[in-house]
Write a protein that binds this ligand. Structure first.
Ligand SMILES: Cc1cc2nc3c(=O)[nH]c(=O)nc-3n(C[C@H](O)[C@H](O)[C@H](O)COP(=O)(O)O)c2cc1C
Length: 183
């Protein structure tokens, strides 16, 4: 296990999700001092404030995974020009009970891939808004709006040649952002 743990939150439950593939491929671009764990959000109940006093086991598991991490990496789909409900549900769960948020103060990176040409830009902007409220410092630049085109991934699931340089640079700057906030 690396010195730095990153909790990866994928905003799609789809079996063949491009965003999950992207998250897997990005993890391979990091040096071994970083470990990446995709947190499970698909089995969380729908958030209900009545349950704050007795959060479900799946919610406590999510919060523990987030607390164990030094940074967050959000890789999200865009649904109807915003973040998928499943991602917002997870964010809301881990933000509660009031005063016991698992998000506060930890550095994050946000990116995503969609079939549309805008490459999740609007979803990312909405996500940045939510994370600002939760006191999560998000890497501002570079932004990464990725369209799922032929060749984005190679046969082994790595980032394809055309996008490799850009995404390696994005990762390098994201990891430096995480380290800066830990220091
Ligand atoms: C309910 C729904 C809404 C969508 N809305 C958008 C959208 O606003 N913008 C966009 O670029 N793609 C949109 N798409 C297409 C997604 O980009 C595409 O399904 C993509 O594969 C989702 O990411 P995933 O592969 O990680 O699941 C939408 C798809 C669904 C199912």
């Amino acid at each position: 296990m690396g010195k730095y743990q990153i909790a990866v939150i994928v905003g799609s439950l789809r079996r063949d999700s491009f965003n999950r593939k992207l998250a897997n491929a990005l993890a391979k671009l990091a040096p071994s001092e970083f470990s990446f764990k995709q947190v499970q959000i698909g089995d969380l109940p729908l958030y209900n404030q009545d349950d704050d006093a007795q959060q479900a086991a799946s919610v406590l598991r999510l919060k523990n995974d987030l607390k164990a991490a030094q940074g967050f990496l959000f890789v999200t789909a865009e649904y109807n020009r915003s973040i998928p409900g499943v991602l917002k549900n997870a964010i809301d769960h881990a933000s509660r009970p009031y005063g016991q948020s698992a998000w506060t103060g930890k550095p994050a990176g946000v990116l995503g891939v969609s079939v549309g040409a805008t490459g999740t830009a609007l979803a990312q902007q909405h996500l940045r808004n939510v994370l600002a409220y939760l006191d999560v410092p998000v890497l501002g630049q570079p932004e990464a709006f990725i369209q799922a085109t032929e060749g984005l991934f190679d046969a082994a699931g790595n980032i394809g040649t055309d996008s490799k340089k850009f995404l390696q640079s994005w990762m390098d700057q994201y990891l430096a952002w995480v380290k800066k906030h830990i220091a």
